[in-house]
Design a protein around this ligand. Structure first.
Ligand SMILES: [Zn+2]
Length: 461
């Protein structure tokens, strides 16, 4: 039993209570008491005490859209259009990965996420060549919570672009399906329930309707979730109209892939009917504001989706599209982007954005009864923001301080499943120096094998 005392607790409980001079008592992997520090300490006077020094405590951030394999190719494709971005850089580099590269990139990515306050994430597309088992082992050792989705595919195209997929990224449909099911058999519920295994089918253009229906059927039989990129760019919508004569969500519903076990990624180009269909079916959406902005994909109708009752969470996406996995930075974008689109500074307040990054993310992962808020009986997954810094002083509203002023660098402590994983900004479960050195070295070799060189635009002396 450990008592974390003297913090400002943003609980995200149903009343959204903020407890000043608060304390959390943790036993095993669970929260057993939360309240004013004086009361909690009186109940547990003899247990180990950790002083939070007046810092802000909040539920761990849930990043609902991550490409682990893209951490090691951060910065490979800046200022390019999406098709060149994919076909000339991202796919070519990823298509030259081996399983050691897949594992090292996952280590780099998880190291960055832990240090910036992400305690749970959804990885959307693990290709066979990245090595599923090696990645799951990294998740297990690091102490983070994850849904790991295995790619399934049967057509090597992207939206209206045919035959652009790099050979190294193509997977045989039967092999990709078998690997997904084997990964689920082996890893679902592993590491004290920290690991889930999902399906990560490629977007329309990468899968036939038949393959989607098989995914939906297996998912229903096994209780698995599914995450899919949908309507990221206008070409996605054109492709689905041309091939199937339907809107993006009509098509997904026709193949059985809308519902409470489905998490759609991006969902930028949706109309009012699409939004109503997502609300009616209980389908979740992950919003990726930095990625959509950098790739000029468009602005997702997030205020409209939230108003319609759709559960919308937040994701960082990847190293070439963001280019970081720092959720705290994405919070700011998730707020400001919609304000400027609507020319209305009152929409997407800090409170809404923090709900998206915590409790909504927990819902998207099917874990709303386990994580996403600080409540008795829930898993002890929380983070501490160090407040004694110029850019966080003063802090009249701790919620807006986090959304409008903080960055992931301000995260001091991370607790997951009741264990202290990050302390004074240092990740206790991972070898930071070794991972950084290995990532630099492996990235260089991947670039060489892929025949890609990225140089500054200006002369290097
Ligand atoms: Zn993505």
């Amino acid at each position: 039993m450990t008592v974390f005392k003297n913090g400002t607790l943003i609980t995200m409980d149903p009343q959204r209570r903020i407890i000043t001079e608060g304390a959390i008592a943790v036993q095993g992997d669970r929260i057993v008491a939360i309240g004013k520090a004086t009361e909690v300490r009186a109940r547990f006077p003899d247990d180990q005490q950790v002083d939070l020094k007046g810092n802000i405590v909040l539920p761990g951030l849930v990043d609902t859209h991550v490409h682990l394999a893209q951490a090691m190719i951060r910065g490979c494709a800046d200022d390019l259009s999406l098709i060149d971005w994919l076909s000339k850089r991202v796919w070519v580099l990823q298509g030259n990965y081996d399983e050691d590269d897949g594992r090292t990139s996952a280590e780099l990515c998880i190291l960055e996420m832990l240090k910036s306050g992400t305690t749970a994430f959804v990885e959307s597309m693990i290709a066979g060549r990245y090595g599923f088992d090696g990645i799951a082992e990294v998740v297990k050792r690091s102490g983070i919570r994850a849904a790991l989705s295995k790619v399934v595919m049967d057509i090597p195209t992207y939206a209206t672009q045919t035959d652009i997929m790099y050979p190294g990224m193509k997977e045989d449909p039967e092999v990709s399906m078998r690997q997904a099911l084997e990964a689920h058999d082996k890893w679902q519920g592993a590491a004290n329930g920290r690991i889930q295994v999902w399906f990560g089918p490629r977007p329309p253009g990468g899968c036939t309707p038949e393959l989607y229906r098989r995914v939906a059927q297996h998912a229903a039989e096994r209780g698995m979730s599914v995450t899919i990129h949908l309507a990221e760019v206008q070409a996605d919508v054109e492709y689905i109209r041309r091939e199937y004569g339907m809107s993006p969500t009509e098509y997904m519903e026709s193949v059985g892939l809308l519902g409470p076990n489905v998490l759609l990624i991006h969902a930028v180009w949706l109309d009012a009917d699409d939004i109503a269909r997502l609300a009616r079916t209980g389908t979740h959406v992950t919003h990726n504001p930095l990625s959509n902005t950098k790739l000029a994909s468009g602005i997702a109708p997030v205020p409209e989706m939230l108003a319609a009752g759709v559960n919308v969470s937040i994701g960082c996406d990847g190293g070439p599209s963001n280019n970081t996995y720092d959720m705290v930075r994405d919070l700011r974008w998730a707020s400001y982007l919609h304000k400027v689109r609507a020319l209305d500074p009152t929409i997407m307040p800090a409170e809404t954005v923090l709900e998206m990054a915590t409790i909504n993310g927990a819902k998207a992962m099917g874990l709303a009864d386990q994580i996403g808020s600080l409540e008795v009986g829930k898993k002890a997954d929380f983070i501490v923001i160090a407040m004694n810094k110029p850019h966080l002083t003063p802090s009249p509203n701790p919620v807006s301080t986090i959304v409008c002023a903080a960055t992931g660098q301000d995260v001091d402590t991370v607790v997951i499943d009741g264990k202290i994983i990050v302390q004074s900004g240092r990740v206790l479960t991972m070898e930071e120096e070794r991972i950084l050195a290995e990532a630099r070295e492996r990235a260089e070799k991947v670039y060489r094998r892929a025949g890609i060189e990225v140089r500054p635009q200006w002369p290097v002396m």
